[in-house]
Design a protein around this ligand. Structure first.
Ligand SMILES: Cc1cc2nc3c(=O)[nH]c(=O)nc-3n(C[C@H](O)[C@H](O)[C@H](O)COP(=O)(O)OP(=O)(O)OC[C@H]3O[C@@H](n4cnc5c(N)ncnc54)[C@H](O)[C@@H]3O)c2cc1C
Length: 466
């Protein structure tokens, strides 16, 4: 185990961090493709490249992974992005403890290809496996098992942080604990995470024992959550367009890793690529409403049980590369809030009514509960209560005023928004959602910033205007 800041030897080089679609993006884009900023992209291939590359960088810099954040947390207007995906080597793996040590640019897809055949799985995973280890730590991401596992940082025993002055800090709960807490969920601003450890969990099969249960309304959702509190993974798809008797209808999806031993082979690479930017009219109230009705009834019965492969259970969207083009060249924004239990019902109903009324909702709407395992990051997003996420197409003059209203409502209900998904929070909103932001700012590396950080710490409170 590399518990010193000396460069550990690499075990092996895995394959690509994410499959290359035939037409790669011309510039570094976040997943929402909004905002679009020019930046110089400099690849980091070796752990020693940083801070040496600073000599040729102009202005501030920001380490980035695979750009799977939706907004501007992984962007730096007119600055230099240090892309870590070339730093993707395995360093050490101990099957007795499940602790994997790897360079920070490795993707969760690469980790799964290594771990699954050995009978291990990620402790926490987001809805795409095309994110890097460093990106997962910097946003302290959460998965469908937040209630039993907490967020990603809870499974990262230690990592190395490299500062622009060349100093290297080994960070864990006992060594440099303040830097450890500031860097988990630290939005890439405290320095470069060069390598990290991750505690994997054992599995005996690729299979997931799955159940899908239709529900109507918040109370039925809560009842299901209580009934299935013993199940590791739970998440609900929600119809955000329907009103009246179908308001808040959804499918409660739950699963556990199969206990019967089964196949443990790596996943095949996805072959489908969304071929072009869809025209602006493709996503509208009628097409989304039709999709939602089909999706709600697709399982045929009110309650189904099946064994699914983990890929469609955890990563249904990864089957089609670049599906974000469905939203056209203007892009999309995601609105994701967490609300505390006290206001979760009233707040969720009010927010969903406002969304349904706007006619803007999309079909990717997810509702889930956050548990009370505390996150280790100073700026982590999860809080005990309800989490809801929804994609919106960008419509000039409509989307941002709506997001502004929804952000204010989230604030009134005592919740917060998720920087990893955000392109619209104002400075006053951010500073109320994250009251520790000034303490956190003391850990920021003076050479590092992001367009997100500049936006939400701007004392003029400037708002996105599209
Ligand atoms: C389809 C889809 C589903 C998703 N589902 C979920 C979900 O369920 N839960 C969830 O929490 N998130 C989810 N996300 C968001 C995603 O998990 C996060 O945005 C993640 O951080 C992206 O990782 P990345 O490697 O692409 O990093 P980027 O987006 O490139 O960067 C993210 C942040 O990490 C910083 N960073 C990256 N590498 C380093 C490094 N080596 N050192 C220091 N800082 C670094 C960057 O500066 C930036 O602030 C989803 C995204 C998509 C597209």
């Amino acid at each position: 185990m590399p518990l010193s800041t000396a460069e550990p030897e690499a075990l092996a080089s895995p394959t690509q961090a994410a499959p290359d679609p035939p037409t790669g993006p011309a510039q570094f884009e976040s997943w929402g493709r909004y905002p679009k900023y020019n930046a110089k992209v400099v690849p980091l291939n070796w752990r020693g490249d940083f801070p040496a590359v600073l000599a040729s960088a102009h202005g501030s810099v920001l380490p980035v992974g695979l750009g799977r954040s939706y907004g501007d947390v992984c962007l730096l207007k007119d600055g230099t992005l240090l892309q870590t995906t070339g730093m993707s080597r395995f360093i050490d793996f101990d099957p007795a403890t499940g602790i994997l040590t790897a360079e920070s640019g490795i993707s969760l897809a690469q980790i799964l290809d290594f771990a699954v055949p050995r009978g291990f799985f990620l402790p926490v995973t987001p809805g795409t496996k095309y994110v890097t280890l460093g990106g997962a730590i910097a946003n302290d991401i959460h998965g469908k098992n937040h209630e039993v596992a907490g967020s990603f940082g809870n499974h990262v025993p230690c990592f190395e942080l490299v500062r622009s002055d060349g100093s290297r800090k080994l960070c864990s709960r006992t060594e440099n604990p303040d830097w450890y807490a500031a860097t988990i969920g630290g939005l890439g601003l405290t320095g470069l995470i060069s390598w990290a450890q991750l505690r994997l969990r054992p599995i005996v099969s690729r299979g997931i024992d799955y159940e899908g249960i239709q529900f109507h309304g918040f109370d039925e959702f809560l009842e299901l959550k209580r009934t299935y509190s013993h199940v590791e993974y739970t998440v609900s798809w929600l119809d955000c367009v329907s009103t009246g008797k179908n308001f808040m209808r959804g499918i409660f999806m739950l699963g556990d890793h199969a206990k019967v031993p089964g196949e443990l082979k790596p996943s095949p690479e996805p072959k489908l690529v969304f071929p072009f930017d869809a025209p602006a009219f493709a996503l509208n109230r009628f097409s989304v409403s039709a999709f939602n009705t089909v999706f709600f009834h697709k399982q045929g019965k009110a309650h189904v049980k099946a064994v699914h492969d983990y890929e469609p259970f955890f990563y249904p969207l990864d089957a089609v590369l670049r599906w974000n083009r469905l939203y056209g060249s203007r892009g999309l924004v995601q609105f994701q809030y967490a609300l505390p239990w006290e206001s979760s019902k009233e707040g969720t109903i009010a927010l969903l009514q406002a969304i349904a009324k706007s006619g803007l909702a999309s079909f990717l709407a997810v509702l889930k509960a956050f548990g009370d395992i505390p996150s280790l990051g100073l700026m982590s997003f999860p809080m005990p209560g309800i989490m809801f996420a929804l994609d919106f197409p960008i419509k000039p003059g409509i989307t941002f005023p709506l997001l502004q209203r929804l952000g204010d409502m989230t604030l009134d209900y005592g919740g917060r928004l998720y920087p990893a998904k955000d392109a619209a929070m104002t400075a006053p909103q951010f500073q109320t959602f994250y009251p520790e932001w000034q303490r956190f700012a003391r850990f920021r590396d003076p050479m590092l910033t992001s367009s997100f950080w500049e936006r939400v710490t701007d004392s003029t409170g400037a708002k996105p205007t599209l």
